[in-house]
Design a protein around this ligand. Sequence first.
Ligand code: PLP
Length: 345
Amino acid sequence: MSRTWDLRSDTATVPTADMLSAMVSAPVGDDVLGEDPTVNELERMVAQLCGHEAALFCASSTMANQLAIRTHLRNPPESMLCHWDSHVFKYESGGTSLHSQAQMIPIKPAMNLTVDDIKGHFVQGNMLGHRAPTHLVALENTMSGVVMPVADVREIGHFARDMGAVVHMDGSRLWNAAKGEDELHEYAMLVDSLSLCLSKGMGCPVGALLVGSRAFVDKARHFRKAFGGGWRQAGILAAAGIYAINNIWPTMPATHALAKRLAQGLESLGCVLALPVDTNMVLIDIAKSAAISTVELSDALRSRGVIWGAVYEGSYLRLVLHHQIDDECVDIILATASQLLASNK
Ligand SMILES: Cc1ncc(COP(=O)(O)O)c(C=O)c1O
């Protein structure tokens, strides 16, 4: 077996030779003292791209999201509204309860959260001490690869602000949702803070940015240190981020086109998709795709170098594409699936 491809997540990307050489040659200093020039450059670059005052380079998106929540929710007990399937609700180790002493109120919308979903769950006042007033709305974009429309984010932002609340966006995959700098800027300006991941699809070994106002980022920087997240010569990692924004982000439209080709090929073989393929993820509804045994296919693909998606919520098979998945990989998947179908007839 000569090559392997990993479709379990876009976290599977590994640094390229060019990214590694950018890292090796980066000027560095002590970031805890604010003296790492490459970290400072990355933070400036991302804040500017987003149209916000400041950005903070963090070890992970979980850290960036949790810092955002802790910084926004200054008066426990408060509540935060979020999607029932969001990363902040399900997969951040209960961090919101631990760090922010806040109640999370999960909402199950038809697809993405809309302003009506938020209005329906928003807690205004504490109802004679019975309830935790909502101060934060947490959005996620993309979510399972589906893009949240700008108009929905705008409406939610207006409503939240009218109610005296703030909006954070887990934009770990906003690079995928936004088609270029203008759209990234547009989304970013509609929220009070956002996180952007560098190790999902962007190919960096580590890193995420938290973006917001100067006062917000200063406070988050304080919490980052308290969380043990102050780091020293982090410029070698920031250099990977700068490289990724300039060189890997522009490859995403090609990845999305490849995801569509894979999805259409699988559909033509009898697979049923659980969600639209807006960006880099293909979600297969396992129960409805009985024509193809996803287990058999997974075994056959493994022997051909393809580590095929992860089962998600027990019912979906999630295939995640990124810049290190190519046409050859998609050809292998579709050929293997069609051989399997033919041999099972
Ligand atoms: C939408 C989303 N947000 C946040 C995270 C957390 O990222 P990290 O692993 O960098 O903490 C993930 C991880 O997969 C994610 O998918």
